[in-house]
Design a binder for this molecule. Structure first.
Ligand SMILES: [Zn+2]
Length: 365
């Protein structure tokens, strides 16, 4: 490992905010990302095409552009196993003896999106949005979320999706797409064509990255988030997915305090993303953001479990095509599979007419 790469990994590991302001730093980022990307194709640094920067912000030098091949930029953020209870009701007093903490204190930035700048789907008293199951675990949830259809995958040991994800569809339309995730296996849901675009999921054997609170090839959220935001700032992809996983990992350990800290870190990441987009001028204003979860949790909190609790998720949606109504009442039960059909409308991509496809969430428009 080169000294430069070693230094970069340390920067990410210790959560130092990376500002990609030179060709060297961008090349290092791409190298790190390629190490975590699918094995099918390493990122060619020459393809990164960094802007020439002489002290000014990379963002400021980027021309405002329409999304390539799509009508508007889109960012999807998923917080693995984040329950509606904490999102809308705050700290669960049956699980914590600490002082009560309202939802808006845990999710200050998420509530800014869902209550002020955009809309929430699945808020209590406003209908529900659920994972379709029948098993409410991660890989089926992500496959449904990114595929826009009920998933043939029913457990976490499925092989790679054989149907195009929304990232595949946008890529095929000519858009620049990328995905970053803490959980290595999420790569199986981001694309049916590994190597066609950057999908940086998990640590991929990187020995300098401690997988805690996950295990195996898991990459902690603080590293995933920093790498993802640095990439986004430098490359401004048209369609971008970020999957954060620490909340679910802490929950499975029965660590409610760790779960709450992971939620707050996820919210901080949302705040950093929004600040980044706010600095992009017209491009930022045109960007649509979806924040959601892949599944809920059983009533015991620690595990996944059955309907209805483990199926129930939530969603925040922000962007010029969505009305800023705060919590929106859904006329029928919504599903994770409905999010991609909603985004196809935003992206200007043709609808999926197959029988397993979801339907656009009309109440958002
Ligand atoms: Zn999950």
């Amino acid at each position: 490992m080169s000294r430069v790469r070693l230094r970069n990994v340390k920067m990410l590991t210790y959560g130092i905010v990376m500002k990609v302001k030179s060709r060297v730093a961008l090349a290092v980022l791409a190298l790190l990302a390629s190490g975590c990307a699918d094995r099918g194709r390493a990122v060619d640094v020459r393809e990164v095409d960094p802007p020439r920067v002489t002290g000014a912000s990379v963002v400021a030098r980027r021309p405002v552009v329409r999304g390539h091949g799509v009508d508007a930029p889109v960012v999807i953020v998923a917080i693995d196993g984040a329950r509606w209870q904490e999102v809308f009701e705050g700290v669960d007093r049956t699980l914590s003896s600490s002082a009560p903490l309202p939802a808006a204190a845990i999710f200050r930035n998420l509530h800014g999106l869902g209550n002020e700048r955009g809309a929430f789907i699945g808020a209590p008293g406003h209908g529900t949005i659920v994972a379709s199951g029948p098993n409410y675990v991660s890989l089926p949830g992500y496959t449904e979320l990114l595929g826009g259809r009920t998933s043939p995958c029913t457990h976490n040991n499925c092989s790679r999706t054989t149907l195009p994800s929304i990232l595949d569809e946008a890529h095929a339309a000519g858009a620049k797409v990328a995905a970053f995730a803490s959980w290595d296996k999420l790569d199986l849901a981001t694309t049916m064509s590994p190597g066609s675009f950057l999908s940086s999921c998990g640590r991929r054997g990187e020995p300098l990255v401690d997988p805690w609170p996950g295990h195996g090839d898991y990459r902690p959220d603080r590293i995933t988030a920093s790498a993802a935001l640095a990439y986004y700032e430098a490359e401004q992809p048209d369609v971008f997915f970020l999957g954060l996983g620490d909340a679910d990992e802490y929950a499975h350990r029965g660590d409610y305090g760790g779960y709450l800290a992971a939620l707050r870190h996820a919210d901080d990441t949302i705040g950093r993303l929004v600040a980044l987009l706010d600095g992009l001028g017209e491009r930022g204003r045109k960007t649509h953001i979806i924040v959601t979860a892949d599944h809920g949790r059983a009533s015991d909190f620690r595990n996944h479990g059955p309907m209805p609790e483990a199926a129930r998720v939530w969603m925040a949606a922000v962007g010029p095509r969505f009305a800023a109504r705060g919590p929106v009442t859904s006329p029928q039960r919504r599903h994770l599979a409905d999010i991609v059909p909603t985004l196809r409308t935003v992206l200007g991509l043709p609808p999926d007419t197959s029988e397993h496809s979801g339907a656009p969430i009309e109440e958002l428009f």
